[in-house]
Design a protein. Structure first.
Length: 492
RNA sequence: GUCCCCGUCGUCUAGCCCGGCCUAGGACACCGCCCUUUCACGGCGAUAACACGGGUUCAAAUCCCGUCGGGGACGCCA
């Protein structure tokens, strides 16, 4: 087993430890990203550890979906572990703590229902009669097969104070006697999260634990476990929570698919844009930069830049994505070279049922790059390039501003005369159609609109000449003829 | 209930530690104007915040106290 000790060198070892009980959600993704950034910024090691000690709730599907999400983010890790295959270590460690007298057996039957007794009437500290039970009686009852949980014997006499310096929240301390005798082993002998997590962190030589602020108060228990293990506790840094617009912690149950990383991927977010966005939630480079590449993020990332207040991630039923995330995505799309963007667009067209070729998509990409915010927008922005037959549209759309059907008809008929004779490239089309406009005494805008609608099937479209060049002469002529016909039927 | 954390434009944030340069900066969104063959991009501009109340100080977003508000943790879940 890689018992790789932290070694004398001070290179940090950080870990991301998701529990596979659902899809990878955005809060977890951000925790992963911050750990990754910290590791890479400091030339340290990134450890991925599946905290899968909850047999009832773990599923293989969820393991897959977490890996899927992580892979999409495009951030790597250096070592990988699974808690479920390290149970022996956990039990040994619990045993060691027990042997030191720092834990005791609790024979109180496990709570059946989910109604907990501690919430209403103050803090529960331990079950009477168990903490003080003699070792002889404890051994005897254990030997007779009576089930028990192993609890930490939290020091509560000498006015101990537990304290640590959080990398984000600063000095934290709490009297030890306010901490309850938390469980280390359950009565089925499986380790609890607290034990498994700390035992692994100690064994894996984790130097910095960067995790959500919901663990801030749990840290005091973890301090005790590290002490029981006889090791120096790692550095802690807690991240402000990501919260929903209503202020509550993001949850899979309450908020559904909008908190799943794959939802962003499927909608056509670029992983680098998504990472960029998540970084801006609770962290800032403090120099007004917002559009940052992965390298820039890595270079700029420090724990000092992390905020303490929770960050709202905006979404509604109608619009599941935070407008700033969408904006950043559009920025990253525009920053991408055409030959890198085009292959990313292809799958969205295929999924939309369009027949495409990589060459055609490549030709279309520069025309829509500035017009899409999500990759999936490409489909609606460029459908007419791939449609063999334009969807029916209102012929009235063909009529230009301050014009009438007759004017539109004239423009189209003139185009039909001019187009067969010229080259179908941008400059030739530009020249020919502008000349046609002035010949008819029309403004360029007036003359182009009927053609644009005829060729694209709608008013809003990419620039006309480039579009026609990509479409090709045959398609353009056919569509203009069709428009001419529909206009004539309108006039009747 | 107990303990802990947080509180600058609607949202993400800079400034706070080391008071004065803050008539509080940037960004998104929204609105307006410009550019322009439509849309988009781009440019310019407008609206918009120091939770509240007390101190300390010549001076407070920045320091102290309190109030209120929000969040989190209190499991043989993680």
């Amino acid at each position: 087993m890689p018992d790789s000790a932290p070694s004398a060198a001070k290179t940090p070892r950080v870990r991301f430890a998701p529990s596979p009980t659902g899809f990878l959600h955005v809060g977890s993704a951000r925790t992963f990203i911050f750990n990754w950034l910290y590791a890479r910024h400091n030339h340290g090691t990134m450890v991925l550890r599946l905290d899968d000690t909850d047999l009832e709730r773990n599923t293989e599907a969820s393991v897959q979906s977490i890996f899927e999400g992580l892979r999409w983010l495009g951030l790597d890790w250096d070592e990988e572990y699974k808690q479920s295959s390290r149970l022996d270590l956990h039990r040994r460690q619990a045993e060691a703590i027990f042997a030191k007298g720092l834990a005791y057996r609790d024979f109180t039957p496990a709570h059946a229902g989910d109604d907990n007794q501690s919430s209403a009437q103050g803090a529960w500290l331990f079950n009477p009669g168990m903490r003080e039970m003699s070792r002889e009686e404890s051994d005897r009852r254990a030997a007779s097969g009576e089930p028990f949980a192993l609890r930490y014997r939290v020091p509560r006499d000498q006015g101990r104070n537990l304290s640590f310096t959080d990398g984000v929240y600063g000095e934290q301390s709490k009297p030890a006697d306010e901490v309850e005798d938390f469980a280390l082993l359950r009565s089925d002998s499986f380790p609890t999260y607290h034990l498994a997590s700390c035992a692994d962190d100690a064994d894996l030589g984790i130097t910095h634990i960067i995790r959500g602020q919901d663990h801030l108060t749990n840290t005091f228990k973890h301090l005790l476990i590290f002490e029981g293990l006889g090791v120096q506790p790692p550095q802690f840094a807690h991240l402000p929570l990501l919260v929903a617009p209503d202020g509550a912690k993001l949850s899979k149950r309450k908020h559904g698919a909008v908190v799943s990383v794959t939802t962003y991927r499927d909608a056509g977010f670029l992983p680098q844009a998504f990472v960029n966005f998540l970084c801006l939630l609770g962290w800032s480079p403090k120099d007004d930069r917002e559009f940052l590449s992965l390298d820039e993020l890595t270079a700029a990332f420090t724990l000092e830049g992390v905020n303490r207040a929770n960050a709202v991630i905006n979404f509604t039923d109608a619009d599941p994505f935070d407008p700033k995330a969408v904006w950043l995505n559009a920025e990253h799309i525009r920053a991408l070279p055409v030959d890198e963007l085009a292959p990313l667009l292809g799958p969205f067209f295929s999924r939309g049922g369009f027949e495409t070729t990589p060459e055609k998509v490549l030709a279309v990409t520069p025309l829509i790059r500035e017009r899409i915010k999500l990759l999936r927008d490409a489909v609606s922005a460029a459908d007419f390039f791939f449609l063999p037959q334009l969807a029916p549209y209102d012929p009235a759309e063909l009529i230009p501003q301050k014009g009438d059907a007759a004017m539109a008809l004239r423009v189209l008929q003139h185009a039909l005369e001019v187009l067969p004779a010229i080259n179908f490239d941008h400059d030739s089309l530009d020249q020919a159609l502008r000349a046609a406009a002035s010949h008819m005494g029309l403004k360029a805008g007036q003359a182009f609109q009927p053609i644009r609608v005829a060729v694209c099937g709608r008013k809003n479209a990419p620039p006309l000449f480039e579009t026609m060049a990509v479409l090709g002469r045959d398609v353009c002529l056919a569509r203009i003829r069709q428009a001419e016909a529909s206009l004539q039927s309108l006039a009747v």
